[in-house]
Design a protein around this ligand. Structure first.
Ligand code: GDP
Ligand code: MG
Length: 602
């Protein structure tokens, strides 16, 4: 029997408060996955998620659950969406919420409300979701559920008596979760009798089945074999497979109003599966659904094949991956130093790292990424405006006089134990922040809001904030307007040749220090070569820092005069291996790490 009573909910929280673990427990409780399946955070499927212990992709799982409802035993179909907590992925969260009517807001009983708790609460609140507070990790010795209840009340006006107390670790309190979901979260509003409208939530490419789309049926009913049409492109498709994520794909042949599931419809190119698109039956006229806000790209970086000949392979890998991560923007670009490549826009630095890692792990690509930049705006005396996503594209000696530079800012939310307030204020001032708000959540925790240049937070801000607060700070940001700023382009020259892929744009006041750090870093990471290398940082034609790397003949075999052949071969192979990750710029070989290390200079 296939139940028609259906509830869609999501789990949201600050990172590490236990969303994925709670999702595991609910899947076990409903027999969806075996208990002790030996794989914690079952829904974190990607290698990058397992290695980093974070959720990157929202994952949907459908569970069946019988509950006494309005006096009779009723079978429910519950769709759970586990979401990422990190600020870079809030786009993923807001998309997931579009398919839900309610959310479990998980808060760590010891840590209390943190910056992403605030951000995620507002995402859910603005989507009009029913919010069920879940105070998790009550098994910890430092758990203080009453304090967390008071915070939920004072910050979000949530009724303390509504909070569920759980431990996803020991299982305590978990039995209340699904009944609360069923009783407090309304069913989806759509009607089976209306013409079909489904929202394309996500997509990915499967070797065997082709493009698989995750969809939410907003109105109507979808059957296998139906002919459907994309509202965005007008393209038609036939649905060859339809079912639910249980959590593996299980064909059901049908999806009813309000259900979340997958479809396979012979979409060939990944570009056809547009996240946020409305799909409907061909020959019906429908009002397309609102879709999603376009992703805002905060950080841009060039991606180049580590081995020049691999351009097509990289192109293919990027196409496949962007199908599963539609939030990345991709345009082709070329660099004199690195050849043909791509300029990609990301939601943040972690997102950039994760994308990079997924390209390598899931798609076997070898890439070199250039120094990330935020999108600046430069205005010239002839009235022209240049949006700069690549510092190399900014003329070092422009034809028209530069009259204004503008940089994007964000509103940062920081929550910290009160004893760290002083050092956090100092850090924010160093990063050119402007304090907008400073208050206390309760007697022990301060809440601060800052306007900050985006550039200052994309470079290692979070790590530094964590380190000066012994890991206690939590941090989140939302994008805000552009502000006027005194910016200069910093060129890096090797033996007098500017390396376009290493150019950056920095605040004038920081240029001398950044220039010096960059050349020092490069000196450390570039191996000595057969000739002398002069490394310089310059603004326009003015050199502001310089290092010299003296010549050396490098002979890896010098150490094994003993004549051990296998050892020699091993060394030679190792050297060859090293070569693969080199980029020859002019006559200078630059290792991949050099590019990577440049990212960390702020
Ligand atoms: P997420 O980032 O919100 O998805 O958090 P995870 O589910 O990945 O959990 C983060 C860490 O907290 C993991 O090491 C979990 O084992 C641990 N954890 C989750 N729930 C509990 C709990 O109820 N009690 C304790 N002590 N640890 C928990
Ligand atoms: Mg998680």
């Amino acid at each position: 029997k296939y139940p028609s009573d259906n509830i869609n909910f999501s789990i949201i929280a600050h990172v590490d408060h236990g969303k994925s673990t709670l999702a595991d427990r609910l899947l076990e409780l409903t027999g969806t996955i075996r208990k002790g399946h030996g794989q914690p955070q079952y829904l974190d499927k990607l290698q990058v998620e397992r290695e980093r212990g974070i959720t990157v992709k929202a994952q949907t799982a459908t569970m069946f659950h019988c509950h006494k409802f309005l006096g009779s035993d009723t079978d429910f179909l519950l769709n759970l969406i586990d979401t990422p907590g990190h600020v870079d992925f809030s786009y993923e969260v807001s998309r997931s919420l579009a398919a839900c009517q309610g959310a479990l807001l998980v808060v760590d009983a010891a840590q209390g409300v943190q910056a992403q708790t605030v951000a995620n609460f507002y995402l859910a609140f603005e989507s009009n979701l029913a919010i069920i507070p879940v105070i998790n990790k009550i098994d910890q010795p430092t758990a203080d559920p009453d304090r967390v209840k008071a915070q939920l009340k004072s910050m979000f006006d949530l009724d303390p008596s509504d909070a569920l107390l759980t431990s996803a670790k020991t299982g305590q309190g978990l039995e209340q979760v699904l009944p609360s979901v069923i009783e407090r979260i309304p069913p989806p509003p759509g009607k089976n009798t209306l013409p079909l409208r489904m929202l394309l939530l996500d997509s990915y490419y499967d070797e065997y089945k082709g493009v698989i789309c995750h969809v939410a049926i907003v109105d109507g009913v979808l059957h296998k074999g139906d002919k459907i049409c994309s509202a965005a492109t007008g393209q038609s498709y036939e649905v060859s497979d339809v079912g639910i994520m249980h959590p593996e794909l299980v064909a059901t042949g049908i999806l009813l109003t309000g259900q979340v599931g997958y479809i396979v419809s012979g979409m060939r190119s990944t570009k056809e599966a547009r996240v946020g698109d409305t799909l409907h039956h061909t020959r019906t006229v429908i009002q397309p659904l609102p879709g999603f806000k376009p992703a805002k790209h905060m950080v841009f970086s060039g991606l180049y094949p580590a081995d020049g000949s691999d351009f097509e392979a990289l192109n293919h890998a990027i196409e496949r991956l962007t199908c599963n991560d539609a939030s990345v923007s991709v345009t082709k670009e070329s660099s004199t130093a690195l050849g043909l490549g791509f300029r990609c826009g990301f939601l943040g630095l972690l997102h950039m790292d994760v994308f990079h890692q997924r390209l390598e792990q899931e798609h076997g690509a070898h890439v070199i990424s250039t120094v990330p930049t935020v999108p600046y705006i430069f205005e010239y005396s002839d009235g022209s405006k240049l949006q700069v996503q690549n510092p190399a594209a900014l003329p070092s000696n422009p034809k028209n006089r530069l009259i204004a530079c503008r940089e994007p800012t964000v509103i940062a939310t920081i929550i910290i134990p009160s004893e760290y307030v002083g050092s956090v204020i100092t850090l924010c001032a160093e990063r050119r922040g402007e304090q907008l708000e400073y208050s206390f959540i309760d007697s022990q925790r301060a809440f601060m809001k800052y306007r900050m240049p985006l550039r200052e937070i994309v470079v290692d801000f979070y790590n530094e904030l964590k380190s000066i607060t012994s890991g206690y700070a939590s941090f989140d940001y939302e994008d805000s307007e552009y502000q006027a700023s005194d910016l200069v382009k910093l060129d890096i020259l090797l033996n007098g040749q500017p390396v376009d892929a290493m150019a950056t744009i920095v605040h004038k006041s920081k240029a001398p220090r950044v220039g010096r750090e960059l050349v020092e870093k490069l000196k450390k990471f570039i191996d000595r070569q057969m000739f002398e290398i002069i490394i310089q940082a310059a603004i326009g034609s003015k050199v502001i820092a310089r290092e010299t790397l003296s010549a050396m003949r490098k002979n890896v075999l010098a150490k094994c005069y003993g004549g051990d052949v296998t050892r020699k071969r091993k060394l030679l192979e190792k050297q060859k291996e090293g070569k693969k990750r080199m980029k020859r710029v002019g006559s200078v070989d630059i290792p991949q790490e050099a590019f990577h290390e440049l990212l960390k200079v702020s």
